[in-house]
Design a binder for this molecule. Structure first.
Ligand code: GLC
Length: 534
């Protein structure tokens, strides 16, 4: 590592692991921590700098780990605290850092804190959660809606008050106005930082503080992002409160008290660049704020460009962008953006890995793994159950295909995994690693180029004018041009002199350009321009 302790995460590429679906070491059909350790060599081979694991803490799994019953324990089906320690050490041996998932907005309803809180109105932990009196007609305190459908309030018959849950009733929201809650989380952060993790991904970080007066949310208007309109409510009182920034600054202080400083990566599920940018504070809040504008954008050059340029313009000095094409809550990009067309998926991968900022891959992205069709009888996601057949999150959470053999290298042959396999005979790590034209080879070569070219890690973004509507090209730094032709027709940029370093059409790698860069439909290319050395 150089003198700048932030270089590793700013210039690096992270890889998100859904632990239940990555690798099953004990043949129970569920991925686990020893399984992750056993597959670290693949990640080192790929060239990633860090991993983020979805929750590994104790949970009754009403929402697959996002309902935490013990913040400093490890979910037994995934492993033990010793396994986490070993994972951190084994990853470090490969220059890979580990981020864990922190879920501060809510606990499980089975967490001892909530059990205590609901036991009586006089409980010392009553105020750790958000309780509200029924209205005179017995209805909930206000109009807030759960992100998973229905009211965000459930009546606790025994004590006669409603408790807030921005998600499932099994996920009661903590009251972040309570100083004891804040202090408890300081301890939780330290517990994991002391074990050597590099930082946290923080679940729904924009949401943790609620309006103290519990005011109604206003309805959405035509100007709002489609995702907000779908919900019908502007989340201004049950989320996105200005006071959340105090909490984030407090965490950042804890993170900065470590050497090297730990990092905070927030799930900032917001829909305009200015709000997103606010989570960087004055360089004293999140290190990285996930960009859902890109995730929810159409895969069209003008739409993508607008998001990227809008984000870059909004992020304050000292802030640093982060890009991802997928996670455990959205359909996989080879399906969502590319509609199953491998050419489009290759262009999308090139985009994410060459935009200015940190990049996050979701496990399987490196293979162009598509969504898996999950039949109704196999649905495990509570959202999938509630919204079947319209929406669900199981298709992007199915087992990682390591090999074409029975069990897919994920589990033992004959074992039925917790979620069904996709088509692992067609798409798997083993076959792709042998094929220089494959998506995994493209991914590895893109990461290698990022490492080799400072332009791709640090170079500023500058758009390159292009006439074709589907063409989006940008310069990174002095000598690197990325050009994506996101269209069914060929496109060209005039006056390009240099070398094609990587094209999604691999036969062109190494081609000299003397005048024009011509791109086939859905081709992406990275060109090293002639000129003085960097
Ligand atoms: C976040 C998680 C999602 C979870 C929700 C509630 O959005 O990414 O998986 O269901 O929070 O915790």
């Amino acid at each position: 590592m150089g003198a700048d302790p932030s270089a590793w995460w700013k210039e690096g590429v992270f890889y998100q692991i859904y632990p239940r679906s990555f690798a099953d070491s004990n043949g129970d059909g569920v991925g686990d921590l020893p399984g992750v350790i056993g597959r670290l060599d693949h990640l080192a081979w790929l060239g990633v700098d860090g991993i983020w694991l979805n929750p590994t803490t104790v949970s009754p799994d009403a929402d697959w780990g996002y309902d935490v019953a013990d913040y400093v324990g490890v979910q037994p089906v995934l492993g033990t605290l010793d396994d986490i320690d070993e994972l951190i050490a084994e990853a470090a041996r490969r220059q890979i850092r580990v981020l864990l998932d922190l879920v501060p907005n809510h606990t499980s309803s089975e967490h001892p804190w909530f059990v205590e809180s609901r036991s009586s109105r006089d409980s010392p932990k009553r105020d750790w959660y958000v309780w509200g009196d029924p209205k005179s007609d017995g209805s909930p305190p206000n109009n807030w809606l759960s992100g998973f459908g229905g009211p965000a309030w459930t009546l606790d018959e025994a004590t006669g008050q409603y408790y807030l849950h921005n998600f499932l009733p099994e996920q009661p929201d903590l009251n972040w106005w309570n100083e004891e809650v804040r202090e408890e989380f300081d301890r939780i952060l330290r517990f994991w930082f002391d074990r050597g993790i590099a930082g946290f991904r923080i679940d729904v970080v924009h949401m943790v503080v609620k309006d103290r007066q519990l005011r109604d949310n206003p309805p959405t208007t035509d100007e709002d992002h489609w995702f907000e309109r779908f919900r019908g409510q502007r989340q201004v009182h049950n989320a996105n409160r200005p006071e959340v920034h105090d909490v984030i600054r407090r965490w950042r202080e804890v993170a900065e008290s470590y050497d090297p400083p730990r990092i905070l990566v927030g799930e900032t599920h917001v829909f305009d660049a200015a709000t997103l940018a606010s989570f960087y504070g004055k360089g004293d809040e999140l290190n990285l704020a996930f960009n859902f504008l890109l995730l929810h954008a159409d895969f069209h050059a003008p739409a993508l460009r607008e998001v990227v340029e809008g984000t870059l313009a909004a992020i304050p000095p000292g802030g640093w962008p982060v890009w991802t094409a997928g996670n455990h809550d959205v359909y996989r990009f080879p399906s969502r953006w590319a509609g199953g067309d491998p050419l489009k998926a290759r262009a999308a991968l090139m985009m994410v890995l060459t935009l200015p900022g940190t990049a996050f891959l979701y496990y399987g992205d490196e293979l162009g793994m598509p969504d898996t069709v999950v039949p109704e009888s196999r649905i495990e996601d509570p959202v999938g159950r509630a919204y079947f057949p319209v929406y669900g999150r199981d298709p992007e959470r199915t087992p990682m295909p390591w090999s074409p053999q029975p069990g897919a290298g994920f589990t033992e042959p004959g074992v039925e995994p917790w979620l069904p396999f996709g088509d692992y005979e067609r798409c798997n790590v083993e076959d792709q690693r042998r094929d220089p034209e494959s998506m995994v080879s493209l991914c590895r070569d893109l990461l290698g180029l990022r490492n080799a070219f400072p332009d791709l890690r640090q170079g500023a973004y500058e758009v390159v004018a292009a006439d074709d509507a589907g063409l989006w090209a940008w310069r990174r730094g002095e000598r690197t041009v990325v050009a994506l032709n996101l269209a069914d027709t060929p496109a060209a940029i005039d006056d390009v002199r240099g070398l094609v370093r990587i094209s999604t059409h691999r036969a062109r790698d190494g081609e000299r350009l003397e005048g024009a860069l011509r791109l086939a439909p859905w081709e992406g290319a990275i060109v090293w321009l002639d000129g003085p050395g960097p």
